[in-house]
Write a new protein. Structure first.
Length: 382
């Protein structure tokens, strides 16, 4: 039995009609962590359209205010700068938990980010450092590690998810975790079905993300079984669309920005590795159906259309510039060789399947990138 979140809950009817005067609301109160990011901001748009009250919780590590600023001034919208690794008290009906950098470039080079966050925390740092010299022992080292680790992706995935699950438990909210196809690692089964347990390197450069999300799934299921939290788990496959960070290093954003800037498209390795690319509106539809539905999951949410990186480069050439050159670069460590979702389960239980093909979706993203890339260039030249 779920507890009502607060007395004036927006879930009309769940208070037996006793909604105090002036507090009646049209929709649900929904928190979207990571709502200022690429996927989150599109989700926020749909929730706002639906008439929900939306609270975005974001630390702006990879997201930005520009992605949600069109909602500023709307009384149904609130933006909170907050790091999910810290506890937070909110009263909500649903929690979409997206907060986590999704680009390998961002999550792999986390030590740099950690140092930067460290400088901001210099007082704590000085304390720990002195403590280590004063008492050079395991406790001192542990303390230092804790601070060095203060913003790492693994911690975001684990402590951040724990906090959001704690929040869901306290207020009786439904909780949706945006997990990833990366939980399958470098898969030995193709296409990937939800029952496949994966092939993940636990100590590699990608593990902070892969293993972090696997642990987040574990936590979600433990809170579901142990504390009756209503959880939903989505395993998202590569997604693209407007508002992606231009220089976040993901392949679609890289190729599009490179083609627009008349730079060579950088294909890593031999370009024969595959990915399946889904347009962001399809993903948002899938996430909302999952949240509203009755099934915990996990559900693969992705477009089964599979492309090698060379094929993707060709589609980008056709869409933007047929004369764009291709430049081969060494591949990155532990790069999965292939990835393609089996979406039978989502089709059957959520009635969901993607509608936008790569050739239809790419021009929509190019339009947005063109505005931002050439906007950037103008700013840079002035
Ligand atoms: P993104 O980097 O654009 O958005 C992530 C958002 O989370 C950003 O706004 C960032 O500032 C915020 N954030 C990061 N760490 C935070 C923290 N500690 N506290 C508060 N906010 C924090 O990424 P995205 O592509 O929008 O991905 C959203 C979610 O979907 C992520 O959880 C990601 O793992 C998952 N996902 C995305 C893809 C994809 O292809 N886009 C694929 C699989 C899974
Ligand atoms: N938490 C939170 N907001 C809440 C409730 C809990 O951020 O409204 C955090 C809390 O600080 C804790 C985590 O969620 O770190 C897990 O909470 P839970 O109650 O499950 O565990 P406990 O606090 O009993 O260890
Ligand atoms: N990739 C590439 N060129 C780039 C960026 C990435 O060929 O400029 C390759 C990368 O090696 C990987 C694939 O594209 O094989 C997808 O990479 P991305 O970082 O977009 O997503 P993920 O690896 O998380 O699936």
């Amino acid at each position: 039995q779920r507890r009502p979140s607060i007395e004036y809950t927006s879930r009309i009817g769940s208070t037996g009609g006793k909604i105090p005067l002036g507090l009646k609301r049209k929709g649900l109160r929904v928190v979207v962590t990571g709502g200022a990011g690429f996927v989150g901001s599109h989700l926020v748009d749909r929730l706002m359209e639906r008439g929900d009250t939306v609270i975005v919780v974001d630390n702006f590590f990879t997201g930005s205010k520009e992605n949600v600023m069109h909602h500023f001034g709307n009384p149904n919208f609130e933006l909170i700068r907050h790091d999910v690794v810290e506890p937070i008290l909110l009263e909500v009906d649903q929690i979409y938990h997206l907060a986590c950098p999704a680009s390998p470039v961002h999550y792999k080079f986390n030590p740099v980010k950690t140092i930067i966050s460290f400088l901001k925390k210099k007082i704590e740092f000085c304390f720990c450092f002195c403590f280590c010299f004063w008492r050079w022992n395991v406790f001192g080292l542990l303390l230092l590690c804790v601070f060095f680790d203060s913003m790492c992706v693994y911690k975001t995935n684990v402590v951040g998810t724990l906090n959001m699950l704690g929040l869901a438990k306290r207020v009786g909210a439904r909780f949706l975790l945006t997990s990833t196809s990366e939980v399958y690692g470098d898969p030995l089964q193709h296409p990937q079905v939800e029952t496949y347990w994966g092939n993940v390197n636990p100590i590699g450069v990608r593990s902070c993300y892969d293993e972090g999300k696997r642990t987040a799934e574990t936590l979600a299921m433990d809170y579901h079984r142990g504390a009756n939290v209503e959880v939903r788990i989505a395993r998202i496959f590569n997604t693209y669309g407007p508002r992606m960070c231009i220089d976040d290093g993901r392949v679609v954003s890289n190729f599009v920005a490179q083609a627009l800037r008349k730079e060579p498209l950088t294909v890593y390795g031999d370009g024969k590795q595959t990915r399946s690319f889904q347009f962001v509106s399809d993903l948002v539809e899938g996430l909302m159906r999952l949240m509203e539905g009755e099934h915990v999951g996990p559900f693969n949410l992705g477009n089964p259309g599979e492309f090698t990186m060379l094929e993707l480069a060709k589609v980008v050439q056709e869409t933007i510039d047929p004369n764009a050159n291709i430049e081969f670069r060494p591949n990155t460590e532990d790069d999965p060789h292939k990835r393609k979702p089996d979406i039978t389960k989502a089709k059957e239980l959520l009635g969901w399947e993607p509608k936008v093909s790569l050739r239809q979706g790419l021009p929509l993203m190019v339009k947005d990138f063109r505005q931002r890339v050439f906007g950037d260039l103008k700013e840079g030249s002035s």
